[in-house]
Design a protein around this ligand. Structure first.
Ligand SMILES: *Cc1c(COP(=O)(O)O)cnc(C)c1O
Length: 847
């Protein structure tokens, strides 16, 4: 770059944040980037132009950040996650840059509606649910706290499927989120890497007489990084989310091509690129598919090579990898990284095994996200060896050495060997990824207090016996930028007017709202803000489903993945109980309620799909019954995702968190609802326990069996039929379903849903039904006292500060990562002071 061309970019006023400059830059992008005269610009053109305008304002900060990280080499978090459910970028960047109102004004001056432009963004749905969303909240908090961090993941061409509801049933459509291009990413072809797969290994002795292993792969694919900026709130830190796309090593297989087989030559390219084609849509289940293991290895291998490049840029040898990187494994999906780093250090960088193992263990930490047996990753040994022959050898070597240590540590207790082994020997042999993660990490954490306890006492008990010091618990959190400041401007304004704006980065300050709970004037404003949110949601519901809902009714909301353990069907049983009560006593005094459901079912999870059909079928009957006079409405909102979450959480009165105790690791929906002033009804599960404790039992509707009670009930022999015979309302409800009342008289439709339940009720619906309905009665009574309800709502928000992802990230920094903030100063290139002798061009370096 010449000095002349450089000085053009040095003009900081080009990217100034004033409304007038933004307006001019926006029009420039409509014309020059989108290639349209403004009067012919489509809604998408307007979105793209605004996204580019905002991106331009991130770039200087982004570059300043990577320069700061080069100048002050420091420990960096590498957050490895197969999923980042990032949500739309534009609105969040406006909030974090602090230019929301400037941009709104700029658009207004052009006769445009910012809201409408924001709604054009197709969100990157690169995750299934809570786990992927957590990774996204963590990226926001890391940047806001000025922590050097890289998010590493997969650039799926198709994210989580789009859900349509047709005839009451889920229909999946592909999510081609890149169809209009992605203005947020920058392709970094110069940092592409090669990844090998399959083949075999060769063992030999090198010329210095050392035993060596050579991996002869069956194929090689190229990983190309695509970087997106992750800006912190009102700081200059812009971290990088680096997602990898698989490409063929060469576009053509020339030998095949030369034989005249053009399509055959192209098909190899297609096969390579299939690797990052699609996100597996299963939440909390593992299917053992070969392509999935290839995806996991692919992104992990790309990311570790990238880290080695950055390490070299700092002039550090590979033996100091752990000093530079704190690598966090978001569940076991990236756990093969442990074997890959060992391979890189031992096979490619000649480190002795023991030294490499020390480096590896000091670098890695593992977050466990689930105790559900069907979600624990295990790969059949033959499959693992076929895809990763060298890694299988490494895993077996790790295991041999580990079991040797176990034998010595637990002398005479050989039963532990089978339980701890990285290889399960039940039937076909499998590699247990959680065991690999535990052995290869220096820290293991659960995501809520109860979950961490159950993890220690149950699933990972033997590891806890071995290394109690490795275990810790860090309760999840959510970012208040997206989930309050951006999604709920009305409530945010009210909060800021009352207590100042410090809450956005220090959420515990919400506690200063407590006295306002007793201020009738404030409560009235609170109620008005929340009511406006409900009116806005009612419009969305009408547009998406055609159903009119009444904003003065209680909005009772259950949005999350559809899963038996989350028990959406328990919520429906309650709706049917209310329906039955009203039909039996039409003058019953009940608070009018609108039940809103949303969530996707894994496409192969037939039971969950039947649960959706059950919700929509009950909705059909209830919504059409004139005798109900609109006292009950039931809606299934299709395609629940981050964008629609941003409109739902702020508009809920009641939030359903009713998983069977011991099954939900943490839950984060519960936190978003509480922050936005909704009250939670929930079981003592996951983070509900801590949330109930924080907001106070008076402001949380707790019910049902606790985890120990579930355990005791099972141990004593759970008999669901006993609950059925004892509870006439439950009998009436199940009776209606069995008769086919909700399926046009056809009892067969929902037979698969409940017919087993009197004998086999794995999620204890019948055991919790009575307590749930009774608790809902308390909800109803509380809602009929609006002053009381609004007071609880204010307190729920005021006491939710602990559940900020900033708090969670601080705990990771202190207890696991040992990283410190690196503040970033904006490089003002216009000032003309050269900061480096080599005046800026440092090819191939930087984050
Ligand atoms: C928060 C969130 C989740 C997680 O919800 P839970 O209630 O904790 O299961 C899932 N999907 C989306 C889009 C979310 O925003």
């Amino acid at each position: 770059m010449t000095e002349a061309s450089r000085s053009e970019h040095a003009d900081d006023t080009r990217t100034a944040l004033s409304s007038a400059t933004i307006r001019r830059a926006f029009l420039d992008h409509v014309f020059h980037t989108q290639g349209k005269p403004p009067e012919h610009a489509s809604q998408n053109d307007l979105y793209q132009a605004l996204a580019h305008t905002v991106r331009d304002r991130l770039v200087q900060r982004w570059i300043s950040t990577s320069e700061a990280y080069l100048d002050q080499p420091s420990r960096t978090v590498a957050y490895l996650s197969a999923e980042f459910l990032i949500g739309p970028h534009l609105g969040n960047n406006l909030i974090n840059l602090g230019i929301y109102s400037e941009v709104e004004a700029a658009m207004q001056a052009l006769g445009l509606d910012l809201e409408q432009i924001l709604a054009q963004e197709i969100e990157p749905g690169l995750g299934n649910g809570g786990l992927g969303r957590l990774a996204a909240c963590f990226m926001d908090s890391l940047a806001t706290l000025e922590i050097p961090a890289l998010g590493y993941g997969i650039r799926y061409e198709y994210g989580i499927f789009q859900q349509a509801i047709i005839d009451g049933m889920q229909v999946e459509k592909t999510d081609s989120w890149l169809r209009n291009g992605n203005p947020w990413e920058i392709q970094r072809s110069e940092w592409a890497v090669q990844v090998r797969l399959g083949g075999h290994t060769e063992h030999y002795t090198d010329d210095r007489g050392r035993y060596r292993v050579r991996w002869v792969p069956a194929k090689t694919v190229v990983g190309v990084p695509f970087d997106s900026p992750i800006l912190g709130y009102r700081v200059n830190t812009v971290n990088t989310l680096r997602l990898w796309r698989a490409e063929a090593t060469e576009a053509f297989d020339f030998p095949t091509f030369n034989r005249g087989d053009y399509l055959g030559a192209v098909s190899k390219k297609v096969t390579s690129e299939n690797l990052t084609k699609v996100l597996y849509p299963n939440d909390e289940t593992e299917q053992g598919k070969e392509l999935r293991l290839e995806q996991q290895y692919f992104f992990v291998a790309c990311s570790l090579q990238d880290m080695l490049r950055l390490l070299a840029a700092d002039g550090m040898p590979v033996s100091r990898f752990h000093e530079k990187f704190a690598v966090q494994l978001n569940d076991t999906h990236p756990a093969v990284a442990i074997a890959e780093l060992m391979r890189l250090l031992v096979d490619e960088h000649d480190l002795p095994w023991d030294e490499a193992w020390d480096v590896t263990r000091q670098a890695f930490a593992y977050t466990n996200h689930t105790l559900l047996p069907e979600a624990l990753e295990q790969w059949p040994l033959p499959l693992f060896g076929r895809v990763l022959p060298r890694h299988l050898e490494i895993v077996l070597e790790i295991n041999t050495r580990f079991l040797e240590a176990v034998r010595i540590r637990f002398y005479g207790d050989d039963s532990r060997l089978a339980r701890l082994s990285l290889i399960s020997e039940h039937g076909e042999r499998h590699v247990r990824m959680a065991h690999l993660a535990c052995v290869g990490s220096h820290a293991i954490n659960g995501v809520a207090a109860l979950h961490s306890r159950l993890m220690r006492e149950d699933v990972l008990r033997d590891f806890h016996d071995m290394w109690p010091e490795k275990f810790t618990s860090i309760t999840n959190g959510v970012t208040p930028r997206r989930w309050l400041a951006l999604s709920n401007p009305r409530l945010s304004r009210l909060v800021t007017d009352a207590i100042g704006e410090g809450w956005v980065t220090d959420l515990e300050r919400l506690r200063a709202l407590e006295p306002f709970a007793d201020d009738a004037g404030f409560r009235e404003q609170w109620q008005a803000a929340r009511r406006d949110n409900k009116v806005a949601l009612a419009e969305l519901v009408r547009d998406c489903t055609g159903v009119a809902i009444d904003p003065s009714s209680m909005f009772d909301v259950m949005v999350k993945r559809i899963h038996e353990y989350k028990r959406q069907h328990l919520a429906v049983l309650h709706i049917i109980a209310l329906y039955h009560r009203i039909k039996s006593a039409p003058n019953l005094d009940l608070a009018p309620r609108t039940f809103l459901f949303g969530g996707k079912a894994a496409p192969g999870y037939e039971y969950a799909k039947l649960m959706i059909r059950f919700i929509t079928s009950v909705a059909d009957v209830v919504n059409r019954d004139p005798q109900l006079r609109d006292r009950l409405k039931v809606v299934f909102l299709p395609n629940f995702n981050v964008s629609c979450g941003q409109r739902i959480y702020p508009a809920a009165d009641l939030s359903e968190q009713i998983s069977l105790a011991g099954k939900e690791a943490s839950g984060t929906g519960n936190m978003k609802f509480a922050m936005n002033g909704a009250l939670n009804i929930g079981t003592m599960d996951g983070a509900n326990i801590e949330l109930c404790d924080a907001v106070g039992a008076d402001n949380f509707f707790a019910f049902g069996l606790t985890a120990p009670a579930v355990y005791a009930l099972r141990a004593a022999g759970y008999d669901p039929a006993a609950y059925y015979h004892r509870n006439p309302e439950l009998r009436a409800v199940l009776g209606l379903i069995q008769q086919g009342f909700f399926s046009h008289g056809d009892p067969a439709v929902f037979r698969g849903l409940f017919d087993e339940h009197l004998r086999h009720d794995p999620y204890l619906l019948l055991a919790d039904f009575g307590a749930y309905v009774e608790c809902q009665q308390r909800v109803c009574e509380a809602y009929m006292q609006p002053q009381h309800w609004q007071r609880m709502s204010v307190l729920s928000c005021a006491r939710s500060g602990h559940f900020s992802s900033d708090r969670a990230i601080r705990e990771y920094c202190e207890r696991i990562w040992r990283v410190k903030p690196v503040p970033v100063h904006l490089l003002h290139r216009a000032s003309g002071t050269p900061r480096h002798a080599d005046s800026g061009i440092r090819a191939g370096k930087g984050h």
